[in-house]
Design a protein around this ligand. Structure first.
Ligand code: HEM
Length: 461
């Protein structure tokens, strides 16, 4: 695994001789016998890069610090992807969707086993493209047609309901003096909010919540065959359930929510929004909205409580919370890397990349690029340009749910600082993360406080 040890990074400062016109200067060691698809030598750091283990899992931004300095675009033989680490390169890729297609965004990083495929086939699991992995012009047409519920004004209407859901959860543990913020709050609330946003009736929320889990490993991880089979069974059942739910929602097309909105669009543009598309956005919408926000909130609380002065600052002045949310998303975002495929020969940061290549573009690394963010490893809730982070992507595919995610995180922080200002991290806990390329958040955040010092009683009367 590549080293982030500072003495090693000093050693690597001097460029090694590269073959031909290969522009690599190397990180983590000299070149190996391995070659990239363009025939350039692969350095030791690039050869050892494994996003499923070690330092990338601990912190991708730190793991790629040396690459950012010395070899900002490199070919990873373990992944068979080109890895892009600097802000401006990542930004240019997001802004050039014709050359960098989104088509592979939901492809399984680890190929699906035959056993899992059989299970999916048996349920007629056949999701076509959905918004996030479509290219122009159809992507833009559908995005525009489906956008209205995501507008900031529409999302703002959900704030009272989100606050109520969050407070109901906090009520359950406020008097306890200890909690796992992930298990007790952050896992379930974003799922419930996602389902409210989608327009799923209350009586179906519990069933939906069970289905919406564990897809991260399947798409972005390296699951064993037995794990793939388990998740495939859940996905197959969810696919069928999503189809039935859409059919039911068609009977109440005036209901609130994204799916009823899409059903109304379908009535006018049946070729644009097909039944398969509705079923697909029901399923992928939960994935898009749920664990992204769960993880972002877990990262935020861990970071704020580890930087006590920042926590105290938002306790004393809640108006700082929106800025704190942006800095949390920059410093420890929940979508750390995304994928694109070249449609033609391309050059990224001076590195030639052939047509048809796969790219892992690491936003967590870009968000620590010192050419954009001075002292990037310092967590500073007053940072003037924190909002330039790339955690929501950029350009035509920019996250449609960014307003909803920001609102949820704001309400989480507002209610936790208001009701449990004495919150602190339990000592000696190991933060663990699900091994995968793209989604990052602690599996548990153990906290404690003195309930007698809570400013409000647990029943909030
Ligand atoms: C902190 C939480 C979230 C993060 C970090 C996040 C991040 C992202 C990223 C990186 C993309 C891909 C951008 C690209 O390809 O350029 C994306 C797309 C998307 N997200 Fe989010 N997301 C979050 C929450 C949500 C929520 C709550 C929803 C609500 C349903 C949502 C819905 C979507 C949709 C529909 C797209 C596809 C947009 C398109 O391709 O045009 N996301 N998100």
């Amino acid at each position: 695994m590549m080293s982030v040890d500072s003495t090693q990074s000093m050693k690597m400062e001097s460029p090694h001789p590269a073959a031909g016109v290969c522009p690599v200067t190397g990180f983590g060691g000299p070149t190996t016998a391995l070659k990239s698809p363009t025939g350039c030598p692969v350095t030791e750091g690039a050869a050892e890069f494994d996003p499923f283990r070690g330092s990338y899992q601990a912190d991708p931004a730190v793991a790629l610090a040396e690459a950012r300095r010395n070899e900002p675009v490199f070919y990873s033989p373990v992944l068979d992807y080109w890895v892009v680490t600097r802000y401006n390169d990542v930004k240019e890729i997001f802004k050039n969707p014709d050359l960098f297609s989104a088509a592979i965004t939901l492809e399984q990083v680890t190929p699906i086993s035959d056993e899992a495929l059989d299970i999916l086939d048996a349920s007629n699991f056949a999701p076509g493209p959905t918004i996030v992995n479509e290219d122009e012009p159809i992507h833009g047409e559908r995005r525009r047609a489906l956008f209205q519920p995501f507008e900031q004004d529409s999302v703002a209407l959900l704030e009272p309901r989100i606050r109520e859901v969050i407070n109901n959860y906090i009520d359950k543990f406020a008097a306890r003096g200890e909690a796992d913020l992930v298990d007790d709050l952050f896992y379930e609330v974003p799922c419930i909010v996602a389902l409210i946003f989608l327009g799923v009736p209350d009586e179906d929320i519990e069933t939906c919540r069970q289905f919406g889990m564990q897809q991260t490993l399947f798409t972005w991880g390296r699951p064993e065959v037995s794990e793939q089979v388990r998740v495939a069974e859940g996905m197959a059942a969810f696919w069928i359930f999503a189809g039935e739910l859409v059919e039911r929602l068609k009977k109440t097309p005036d209901a609130p929510g994204w799916i009823p909105h899409a059903i109304r669009v379908q009535a006018e543009h049946p070729d644009l929004i097909t039944d398969n598309y509705l079923q697909n956005i029901m399923m992928s919408g939960i994935l898009a909205a749920h664990e992204t926000t769960t993880n972002a909130s877990g990262n935020a609380l861990r970071t704020l409580l580890e930087n006590r002065e920042a926590w105290e600052a938002i306790v004393n002045d809640p108006d700082l919370i929106p800025k704190a949310v942006e800095e949390c998303l920059r410093f420890s975002g929940s979508v750390v890397a995304w994928r694109r495929m070249t449609t033609d020969d391309a050059a990224v940061g001076g590195v030639e990349i052939p047509a048809g290549s796969r790219l892992l573009i690491v936003m967590a690394s870009a968000n620590r690029d010192e050419s954009i963010f001075p002292e990037p490893d310092v967590f500073d809730i007053n940072r003037a340009n924190a909002r330039r982070h790339l955690t929501f992507g950029l350009g035509i595919h920019t996250c449609m749910g960014a307003s909803l995610a920001r609102l949820e995180m704001k309400v989480f922080l507002t209610e936790l600082t208001r009701r449990l200002p004495g919150l602190k991290l339990k000592q000696a806990q190991d933060f663990t993360y699900l091994p995968n390329t793209s989604f990052r958040g602690p599996e548990h955040v153990l906290v404690e406080w003195d309930p007698a010092a809570n400013p409000l009683p647990s029943d909030r009367t």
